[in-house]
Design a protein around this ligand. Structure first.
Ligand SMILES: [Mg+2]
Length: 275
């Protein structure tokens, strides 16, 4: 039996950039009793809390269950685990802590972090802006106040064509066939070939140093959780070549391709139903 269920977030567990539904929260909580559960995505840590952890808390997840939730932030270039007492514990101690210790977000411990260097962030930012402007895809006038197109997520730089705060429908409509982003990526590759550019979400491109993609995160997941590839089942919506879930497929990890969180819920009901 699989020991780890790993999930892409946007379009796999939720509608891009929004919190998971009650149904997904309930299913993930049930999964915590049987599996190590590992969301891995290009999002920042705060977004993992808003989109995944807070909805699970609302649905009654307890601190001991959260010890089985492992957050692989920024494509797994950062890893956070939950320590119910706030103190570092070995795996055996985790299983005997009292079940009703109150949750605190301060009990999330960053286990590792592999950030980009400042000069890499500058180079990527300039490159993407130049490429998008040349192609006529620099949508500055459509941004909401205080929003930004290019965001430094520490381990990666992310282009979001309409910013972070744009409406979901507007985002879906911007590049449904990925053609705009493929053109931006092709131009970025000419301007700064030393970086990798991946298409993700609905309007996003993630720029990373080669190898700092989900393969990096999944490889660290294997090390941190002391499991083998065959122990992991991965869910993602961008598993096609060039998609940000494709490195996981290439690693030979068993993968379920979903179109949206409803497909994921359907698969999880099946998995939980036969346990
Ligand atoms: Mg996705």
């Amino acid at each position: 039996m699989k020991k780890v269920l790993a999930f892409d977030i946007d379009q796999t567990l939720n509608v891009a950039k929004t919190p998971i539904t009650d149904e997904i929260a309930d299913l993930l909580i049930r999964c915590l009793d049987h599996f190590e559960v590992c969301p891995i995505s290009g999002q920042k840590f705060d977004q993992f809390l808003i989109q995944i952890v807070d909805p699970m808390l609302k649905r009654g997840v307890v601190a001991t269950q959260l010890t089985h939730l492992h957050l692989f932030v920024a494509q797994g270039t950062q890893y956070y685990r939950y320590l119910p007492s706030g103190k570092k514990l070995g795996p055996i101690e985790v299983s005997v802590v009292k079940p009703n210790i109150p949750y605190s977000r301060n009990h999330w411990q960053q286990v590792y972090n592999h950030p980009l260097k400042a000069e890499q962030v500058t180079k990527i930012t300039e490159t993407i802006e130049k490429a998008a402007k040349e192609l006529g895809y620099w949508e500055e006038t459509k941004l909401k106040p205080g929003d930004e197109i290019i965001e430094n997520r520490l381990s990666q730089v992310t282009f979001s064509a309409l910013g972070q705060k744009a409406g979901t429908e507007e985002k879906y409509a911007w590049d449904p066939d990925c053609q705009k982003r493929k053109k931006i990526v092709a131009r970025c590759k000419e301007l700064a070939p030393e970086f990798d550019y991946e298409i993700g979400g609905t309007t996003s491109i993630n720029a990373i140093t080669p190898g700092m993609n989900k393969e990096f995160g999944m490889t660290h997941m294997l090390d941190e959780l002391l499991v083998k590839k065959k122990d992991i089942l991965y869910f993602g919506d961008m598993t096609q070549p060039g998609g940000n879930d494709y490195p996981v497929v290439q690693m030979g990890i068993d993968t379920i391709t979903v179109r949206n969180h409803e497909d994921t819920a359907y698969a999880l009901r099946g998995i939980l139903g036969i346990l």
